[in-house]
Design a protein around this ligand. Structure first.
Ligand code: 5GP
Length: 195
């Protein structure tokens, strides 16, 4: 998506350790007009799917997922990070290793909000090694719901997550795929994608 790629070039900051900071428009301060354009793009990419629920993960996926949910006119559920070790049986749980914070979090979704009748679109801001997505996929699988697709704002194509998720057979769409980026020169290359 050209609009997102241009914004990343203009306002993104490439940090050491393969981290792209986009906190001025995506995951701290949020440009909702941009989110709306991204949501429309997801809507057209998943137009053939009968989606009735959006699922994301706390915290930085929530903003985008909320606008995507508005576009699809369905509810959005976010997996919560939980410190409690005694989760009762009313929750689906998964363990997720954080790429940016290098720690493990247990994430939970109440069984009230995900059931075998649901047809889910998973949304997140970044895809790096795929741990966050694997956690969400395992929660949906546990619930018996179907995964209709996965929508990512920014995929770092030089990390392993995208390939692994596509190899599992999921319909994964990323609005911008970074093929390489360099902190020293602040240069970034995007993968050419079909419009
Ligand atoms: P993964 O689980 O795929 O390794 O990483 C995905 C999660 O880590 C995303 O939910 C996102 O919050 C965070 N993340 C991964 N890479 C980056 C990055 O380059 N920049 C930012 N801001 N967050 C990232």
């Amino acid at each position: 998506m050209k609009l997102l790629e241009e914004r990343i070039r203009k306002d993104g900051v490439i940090k050491e350790g393969n981290v792209l900071k986009v906190d001025s428009f995506l995951n701290h301060q949020m440009d909702i007009q941009l989110f709306l354009e991204m949501a429309k793009e997801f809507k057209s990419k998943f137009a053939s799917k009968d989606i009735n629920k959006i699922l994301t993960i706390e915290s930085s996926g929530i903003g985008i997922a909320a606008i995507v949910a508005l576009e699809f006119d369905v509810p959005v559920v976010f997996a919560k990070k939980s410190k409690s070790i005694n989760i009762d049986g009313d929750m689906y749980t998964a363990e997720v290793e954080s790429f940016t914070h290098k720690c493990k979090n247990q994430v939970i979704v109440s069984k009230k909000f995900l059931s075998p009748n649901d047809r889910v679109l998973i949304i997140d801001d970044f895809l790096a090694n795929g741990c966050a997505l694997q956690g969400l996929i395992s929660i949906v699988n546990e619930s018996g719901a179907d995964i209709e697709g996965i929508g990512i704002a920014i995929e770092k194509g030089f990390q392993s997550g995208g390939r692994a998720i596509r190899n599992l057979g999921f319909h994964l769409e990323s609005l911008a795929i970074v093929d390489s980026m360099d902190a020293a020169t602040q240069t970034i290359d995007f993968r050419q994608q079909e419009a």
